[in-house]
Design a protein around this ligand. Structure first.
Ligand code: GLT
Ligand code: MN
Ligand code: MN
Length: 388
């Protein structure tokens, strides 16, 4: 019988803002009291969590003095030490304060762009002091409702300048960060720049030090756009750019729900876990989700345990899938091999092109052959439903 109790070696991580979510929404006040960062870290440690992530202002309020900041950091470090939980990712809150209402790095106002950069440098100092190896950029306010401001091309250029600046700063300070850009199509802005994984990959290629930048894709965000998250993650892996990942769940076409991992799209969650495990993804499994607004603190910890337990159950299902003889036989028949033709089409040479052009294919016969995917998908569902 498999053991679904999380261990630090499973590399599960949570943001301070996730279990710390107070259940506010655009129509209603908070339904839960704020939890102290130290308390969160200790609780996470008890649950077998590996690491924690944070925004600068999850730990240090925006108006704190340097002395207050240092006191808070000291207390937080002590909680990390006691609990064995480490900081695995840091990021900047560039969305909550009114100053960022029309963007941070992409703001049309040069003063605000400079302030956003200054805030980020201090936040990078904090992350480095806490030992975070990865730094995330989620540009929640980097977008627009009104494009008549004619800011789009400038915005992309300013975004690039900011990324180039922080990369140099990180190297100059010896911080060694790997930067992960997190795309989202909309919310809070009407349209956010770099809306999906593909857009961020294209943008990274235009940076001065593209090797320092990768992706932090989020399940809910690609799903909001009606896209296939598993495909997006596969493309990031293929490009060597899966630097971090935000696991949660989401109904397509809704507001950003940040549901418990596996709460909604169980087959996609399974295929995602299988992809991460099969490709030996070395990074942390970060949950960026929160308990429903209906819950009290007990519900919050149920939510956190549920995210991890579902991941571990799906990981076990992936092993079962690999060991299932019927499933494997269907897969083998599906992936038709032909060593001669396979070799010919792998790489261009003049000879290969000529041989390929001279080959006679049984086009009609190939078109008549069934793929066997109905049976494969049904067996996958039965495996997930627990009857296999
Ligand atoms: C915010 C957002 C998330 C981002 C976080 C990092 S903050 O909660 O909804 O998707 O990952 O800035
Ligand atoms: Mn989200
Ligand atoms: Mn996220």
């Amino acid at each position: 019988m498999a053991n679904y109790t999380p261990k630090p070696s499973d590399k599960f991580t949570f943001g301070l803002w996730t279990v710390g979510n107070i259940g506010r929404d655009p129509f209603g006040s908070p339904t839960r009291k704020p939890l102290d960062p130290e308390y969160i870290v200790r609780k996470l440690g008890e649950l077998g969590v590996y690491g924690v992530s944070l925004h600068d202002n999850d730990l240090v309020p925006i108006e704190a003095t340097p002395a207050e900041r240092n006191r808070m950091v000291k207390r937080f470090k002590k909680a990390l030490e006691d609990s064995g939980v480490r900081v695995t990712m840091a990021t900047t809150n560039l969305f909550a304060d009114p100053v960022f209402k029309d963007g941070a790095f992409t703001n049309a106002n040069a003063k605000i762009r400079a302030y956003a950069l200054q805030k980020t440098l201090y936040s990078m100092d904090l992350g480095a002091e806490l030992g975070a190896p990865t730094y995330v950029f989620w540009g929640g306010r980097e977008g627009a409702e009104v494009d008549a401001g004619m800011n789009t091309l400038d915005a992309i250029a300013h975004y690039r300048e900011a990324m180039n600046f922080v990369a140099e700063y990180s190297q100059d300070q010896g911080y060694g960060y790997r930067f992960a850009i997190e795309p989202k199509p909309n919310e809070p802005r009407g349209d956010i720049y770099l809306p999906v994984v593909g857009a961020a990959l294209g943008f990274i290629a235009t940076l001065d030090k593209p090797e320092l930048f990768g992706l932090n894709p989020e399940f809910a965000h690609e799903t909001m756009a009606g896209l296939n998250f598993v495909h997006a993650v596969a493309q990031a892996i293929d490009a060597g750019k899966l630097f971090h990942i935000d696991l949660n769940d989401q109904k397509m076409g809704r507001f950003d729900q940040d549901l418990r991992f596996g709460a909604e799209n169980i087959k996609e969650a399974f295929l995602l876990v299988k992809l991460l495990e099969d490709s030996n993804y070395p990074g942390v499994r970060h949950f960026d989700a929160h308990a429903l607004r209906t819950e009290d603190e007990a519900g919050v910890w149920e939510f956190a345990k549920g995210c991890m337990r579902t991941y571990l159950i799906l990981k076990e299902k992936a092993t079962r899938f690999d060991k299932d003889k019927e499933i494997q036989a269907i897969l083998k028949a599906y992936k038709v091999q032909d060593s001669g033709l396979g070799k010919l089409s792998k790489k261009y040479t003049r000879k290969n092109a000529e041989t390929l052009k001279a080959h006679t294919f049984d086009r009609v016969g190939l078109g008549e052959q069934g793929a066997g995917l109905e049976r494969l998908d049904q067996l996958t569902m039965e495996l997930l439903l627990g009857v296999r």
